[in-house]
Ligand binder design. Structure first.
Ligand code: OSB
Ligand code: MG
Length: 369
């Protein structure tokens, strides 16, 4: 694979509703679409779906634009790489910047899938034809509001409910949900809002049989997560803490988690996602696919990687129209009434990219090569 041209689109599609987590409220979710053209004329699209601010990770959308333009593109343009591994090896000199790397890497996978006329699922080693999907619900003003939203999501068929928690919006909410909905698959995501001082709260949460608690402590602290996991029975799931398969190996070694949420964007792409999946599988640690409010382009990669065998919990793969007013692919996926999305069997994304829509929502465009 030899890349001739890279076009970066900073895209802003208006959103349907804001979303509140422990780190703040999202009212606008720009993304970066990476378009590549190879010397044999194949087009690939990828997505760098970081946040607009550095509250989830140091990467932001503008930082992804800069990293791709000034550091990543110059290292890969006009060079022949026999495979994705060698291309990613050439980027190892760049520390982290995983979201930006994933933007390019996913575009390369799409091009490769077309070049080899083989579905992404097959290239990645996927075995599942459909992927279970869960609903994720932000922090609300009142408990009534969240109970109403959960009722709708369950009615629509979503297979599990993930709520966001923060100090003051945690155990009483979980209690109310359990009282109203009984033994549904329920999990909470703290986005690093707590410390080891809160062990008592986490012990109290144990009685609610949560499927898992996602990222309770700091993003750079697998040691404290290991201490916490020894104190509680609820499985800890790491999100922000895991940027690579090496991070996963270290977290497993320290018993810092029992589950890992793999987001291709956060870990630098699909190849690293697969490596994390494999390390986890070897050590009987379950994985599932998280999301970064990707558009239909990024979500297509999330669906493809979720077809690997050790993706056992429902993914954060809710349909695009629940968050954005529009999409960048023509017929995006839907979730059926049993809470499944079908894994595409066609080469490429499995969805037609709508170039006109990309242009319409582009607020900044950079061409390199
Ligand atoms: O912690 O999983 C998270 C979105 C942005 C940043 C962090 C997180 C999330 C989500 C979104 O939960 C899930 C989705 O993409 O639908
Ligand atoms: Mg999370």
């Amino acid at each position: 694979m030899k890349i001739k041209k890279i076009v970066l689109h900073k895209v802003e599609i208006p959103i349907v509703t804001s979303f509140t987590t422990s780190f703040g409220t999202l009212t606008n979710k720009p993304t970066v679409i990476v378009k590549i053209e190879t010397y044999d004329g194949i087009i690939g699209y990828g997505e760098a779906a970081a946040m607009p601010f550095p509250f989830y990770s140091p990467d932001t959308i503008d930082i992804c634009m800069l990293a791709l333009r000034d550091y990543i593109a110059p290292l890969v343009l006009h060079k022949d790489f026999p495979d994705v591994q060698s291309l990613m090896d050439s980027l190892k000199v760049i520390k982290k910047h995983t979201f930006a790397k994933a933007g390019l890497e996913t575009a390369v996978w799409m091009a490769l899938s077309i070049q080899q006329d083989t579905a992404l699922k097959v290239l990645l080693g996927g075995t599942q034809n459909k992927v279970a999907v869960g609903a994720r619900i932000g922090i609300k003003k009142t408990i009534e509001e969240i109970l109403d939203e959960i009722a709708v999501k369950l009615e629509e068929g979503f297979q599990r409910i993930k709520i966001k928690i923060k100090p003051g919006w945690d155990i009483t909410v979980v209690e109310a949900i359990r009282r109203k909905f009984g033994s549904i698959l329920l999990m909470v995501d703290a986005n690093s809002a707590y410390t080891l001082e809160d062990v008592k709260l986490f012990k109290a949460l144990d009685q609610y049989s949560l499927t898992m608690i996602e990222q309770p402590l700091a993003d750079d602290d697998i040691v404290d997560h290991s201490v916490l996991q020894k104190e509680i029975t609820t499985p800890i799931c790491l999100d922000e803490s895991i940027l690579s398969a090496d991070d996963a190996r270290r977290a497993i070694y320290l018993h810092a988690c029992k589950v890992i949420n793999i987001k291709p964007g956060r870990v630098g792409g699909l190849l690293e996602s697969k490596k994390i999946h494999d390390v986890c599988q070897k050590h009987a640690v379950d994985v599932w696919c998280g999301g970064m409010f990707e558009t239909g382009i990024g979500r297509a990669f999330n669906i493809a990687i979720s077809s690997l065998p050790n993706y056992v919990y429902p993914g954060d793969i809710s349909p695009i129209n629940l968050f954005y007013v529009d999409d960048l692919v023509k017929d995006s996926f839907t979730v059926d009434h049993y809470g499944y999305v079908k894994v595409p069997e066609e080469p490429g994304l499995g969805f037609d990219v709508d170039e006109k829509k990309i242009e319409r929502y582009t607020v900044e465009k950079v061409t390199i090569g």
